[in-house]
Design a protein around this ligand. Structure first.
Ligand SMILES: C[S@@+](CC[C@H](N)C(=O)[O-])C[C@H]1O[C@@H](n2cnc3c(N)ncnc32)[C@H](O)[C@@H]1O
Length: 242
């Protein structure tokens, strides 16, 4: 059983270090196309996000890509609100597949909201694997530019047998890596952070900065981050890009 400290479970795993086949798996995914068809509900959610972006930039001539920030796996949306306040001139799209969690975000009930939703924050219920593919089409088509992509506390899938469900060991990873200029991953599991950074290095063999470090969340910006802080768990952050 995972160890429970003050309410939040720390990750327990049968994996002793980074996944041994990581480099082979990441290279294999880089060499193949991820062809899974996009689910209808995510296509509709994506269209809603695009509409929000277009309305936000109403009257701005689109002769250059529009800046959009993604908060992927935003849960109750608290981080979306924080990011939206930090970048008030850029639409911030929170994406999660859980309707229950998102309901709290959209009604302004997230603790960061104070009952008010910043006008640049928007949430959609969608499957990330599909949403990222559609978003990359916009980036490749010169319509979107994603200066910052937040991935805060994704599901760790800590069992070795489930490792390929982790985003960096999944066929979606090359898409994810191409999507944002800066990607910030946060996790409470050191192995996940180290693997994510290592997988990014396999794909980004250029001069792009990739850092992986332990950090303290002085002021938590997500529901999970608050739980981990209360449980005094060590947190990890990977920064890719500028
Ligand atoms: C551990 S929670 C973290 C939530 C939030 N970022 C936080 O820190 O409070 C992971 C979130 O990712 C969402 N999620 C996981 N896999 C997903 C997927 N493939 N598509 C959409 N959402 C996903 C889950 O619904 C959940 O809300």
């Amino acid at each position: 059983m995972p160890e429970k400290q003050n309410g939040a479970r720390s990750v327990t795993t049968n994996q002793e270090g980074p996944y041994k086949e990581l480099e082979r798996v990441v290279r294999k995914h880089a060499a193949t196309l991820f062809l899974r068809p996009v689910a209808d509900h995510t296509r509709k959610a994506f269209d809603a996000a695009k509409e929000f972006v277009d309305r936000f930039y109403d009257n701005v001539s689109a002769n250059k890509p529009l800046d959009i920030i993604l908060d992927s796996g935003c849960g109750t949306g608290e981080s979306t609100i924080h990011i939206a306040k930090r970048f008030p001139d850029t639409p911030v799209i929170g994406v999660d597949k859980s309707a229950v969690r998102l309901t709290r975000a959209c009604t302004g009930n997230a603790p960061a909201a104070n009952g008010e939703i910043p006008p640049n924050a928007f949430w959609v219920r969608a499957e990330l694997l599909d949403f990222w593919k559609l978003a990359l089409d916009e980036v490749n088509g010169g319509r979107w530019h994603i200066p910052y992509h937040a991935l805060y506390y994704p599901n760790p899938w800590p069992k070795q047998s489930e490792a390929t469900r982790r985003f960096h060991l999944h066929p979606i990873f090359p898409t994810l890596i191409k999507l944002g200029e800066q990607i910030e991953l946060r996790t409470n599991w050191e192995i996940y952070a180290r693997e994510f950074a290592k997988a990014a290095r396999v794909l980004k063999e250029t001069m792009v900065g990739i850092s992986c470090e332990a950090f303290m969340a002085e002021q938590p910006i997500t529901a999970f981050e608050r739980k981990y802080k209360e449980a005094r768990q060590q947190l990890w952050r990977v920064l890719i890009g500028k």
